[in-house]
Design a protein around this ligand. Sequence first.
Ligand code: HEM
Length: 456
Amino acid sequence: MDSGPRALQLIDRARRALDWGPIKYRGDYPIARGNLPLIGHLADVHFELPAFLARSRAELGDVFWISLGRRVWILYVCGAQSLQALQMGVFSNTHLQRQKGIVLIAGKSLLTQDGDNHRRMRNAMHATFLPRGLNSAKVGARVAVALEELTRRWATQGHAYVLRDTRDTALSVIFELFGIARADVPTFRSRYEDLILSNLGIDLDFPGAPIRRARSARVWIDRSFSSLVSGARARPQQDTLLDSLAQPAADGSLNDEELIDNLRLVILAGHETIASIMAWITLRVAADGALWDALCAEVGDAPIPTTIEEAKRFPLAEAVFRETVRMHPPFSFTTRMALQDTVLGNHSIRARTAVGVDLYGAGRDAAVFPRPESFDPTRWLGRTTPPTVSELAQFGGGPHFCLGYHLAWLEAVEHIVALVRSMRAAKKRPALKGALPTPRFLSTEHPSGSTLVQFS
Ligand code: HEM
């Protein structure tokens, strides 16, 4: 059973008992209500982010502090105005180097760097993740095999706990794209599950403690990646994404340590996000029979696309991907630190403040997306120009814009086409029992793992 509602009741009770009376301040700005000992606002953010933001905004205005536990404070700036921070050189990502949970996963990867160092790494990596790089490593074809297998299994079973399955598939896919042998995937998967425990915010160290398991997983993963990297450096041919990353790049190659740190990051970023999006896509099309029929008409007898060029031949499927990311952004917010005193929107921000950039709110900005609460893929159809910076905000922006944007786009469209093909072959269609599930928001926005879709 989903433990969410019970946890929410407990949080509410704790909040009422501990946090009443006048609003507290940190410097110039108020602290959102509900700041609990040790965990801060983590439970509010995880279980009910939209209601928490709406409540805080109504009481405190557009800017307020939230605590993510572990003494991590973020000055949350609501709505589209916060996106400006992504484009301003005065805001940096280097504060992430001080957050223990993130350092264990992302190390000195491009996520935690800025300026010349970030540029050098990004230049060394970005071609691999552009459509041409994905084509050279035959990414689309490998993804197609995995998604065909998944959706055929769903058709045979007649039901699926979608998130559990999309997580498994997305993780196997990303491991395979980086040259990890199928037989080794279960061990890598369980080590990654341990590594992610570092995100829990529990620093107490004792035998079996989350942080100890995360550290030992990191040692194991790094040792394994180190031998994968040596193998890739020695191979002249480029069969996988890792082979491509391991080749000397014109503008500054990655040394082994940097390559391993980036590999660890990309494998995490490249499966949690897309697994959630594929799960939400499945739920959205299962909840809307007319949308399903329209997708069936678009797909017809076409094969699963294996390149971005081919994926563009399925505009409705692409629109469903974009609308799902808008309404269910895997990352509800991202953060930047002000390097000096500055102004964001109309708000003064002091040097060394970590600002929360509201990707969730930006996707619901009525000035960019009329009727923002309505799931309407048709808003993306008939365009003659690429999506704007505001329309892509759920992928971040500026120098740290998502490296895996094209990969996510390709995988999502492949998922929709594979789903339609497998269900039609079995003369079935997806159906959701009851309403769409309430999302959970950490570490990425996702439906509950126990959400069931029927295929009949
Ligand atoms: C729908 C799926 C995805 C969404 C919505 C998404 C979203 C994001 C966001 C919001 C950021 C932070 C940007 C910022 O702070 O400005 C980011 C960064 C990143 N993403 Fe994605 N992501 C997705 C899929 C992927 C995939 C499949 C990969 C695999 C390659 C990936 C790799 C990365 C990396 C490496 C970064 C760090 C880039 C940097 O710091 O320069 N993402 N993504």
